[in-house]
Design a protein. Structure first.
Length: 95
């Protein structure tokens, strides 16, 4: 989908271990955005980061089993962002 004119970028910060029901939260968010006819989104896996609980997570060999940070980037028409944001806010408890 092509966006003509002004666009809005939404960055969603979550963890690999976050869940929505029985599936990964990042996948549930992507599926919801697709269902809502959004322009597109990308999930990026972080090498290191910390969040609301101030625990640093890294991709070192020692910490490979830990949950790394994820960023979902979504760029879309401002009106569509406004329409979908309440549903997204419901899905992301922390982030």
């Amino acid at each position: 989908m092509e966006i003509i004119g002004t666009a809005r970028k939404v960055s969603i910060y979550i963890s690999e271990s976050d869940r929505w029901g029985h599936k990964s939260l990042y996948l549930a968010i992507l599926e919801m955005l697709k269902t809502e006819d959004c322009a597109g989104a990308t999930v990026l896996r972080g090498l290191a980061g910390f969040g609301a609980h101030s625990r640093i997570r890294t991709a070192s060999i020692v910490d490979l089993s830990s949950s790394l940070p994820l960023v979902i980037e979504w760029v879309d028409d401002p009106a569509r962002v406004a329409r979908v944001m309440p549903r997204l806010t419901e899905m992301v408890a922390e982030g």
